[in-house]
Design a protein around this ligand. Sequence first.
Ligand SMILES: C[S@@+](CC[C@H](N)C(=O)[O-])C[C@H]1O[C@@H](n2cnc3c(N)ncnc32)[C@H](O)[C@@H]1O
Length: 181
Amino acid sequence: MSQRDSGYERKERDLYETPEWVTLALAPHLYEATFQVWEPACGSGKMVRALEKLGLTVFGSDIETGNDFFDRSCDPTEFDAIITNPPYVAASEFIVHALDQNVTTVAMLLRTDFDHAKSRQHLFQDSRFAKKVVLTRRIKWFEDSKGQPSFNHAWFIWESGHVGPPTLAYGPAHVGDAPKP
Ligand SMILES: C[S@@+](CC[C@H](N)C(=O)[O-])C[C@H]1O[C@@H](n2cnc3c(N)ncnc32)[C@H](O)[C@@H]1O
């Protein structure tokens, strides 16, 4: 997602790399039969590597390397889940397109108030919307950033077999997973 961060210009194409602890915080909330993941906006592959650490097989692609997520000819053939930190300017479109793939799980890292907007309610009234995992630490997008991060984030998860209202959780589950506040 696009971030304001003191002293930094907004990066071209929203290339903000997700720190490993953020991806690992998703692990306890993934459907247990998730094995093959498509990370369709992988940038340098930081999230891909964190997902691989969880034992998942991950196909990473990015528009920078010629794979536009909205171009069907680039789709991998087999995957159970689509997991990414989408570019902020196209986050809603990424979610709609991911849900169109008939995949078991879609997990998107977004600003925590992403679900507040009236214009996005169709995404959250979708019966597959299963869980919001609020991150209790702010993400520092740049290791050498001098300022404090301004935004809170959450994982938003859609599951194809989900029944009932969405649930709320907080992560990371273990204090050791995240940097100290
Ligand atoms: C916020 S970065 C996320 C990088 C990576 N997922 C991570 O979390 O470390 C967003 C990425 O989306 C990519 N991107 C933007 N539009 C895209 C599109 N239409 N299809 C595929 N990738 C796209 C950018 O090149 C950038 O690498």
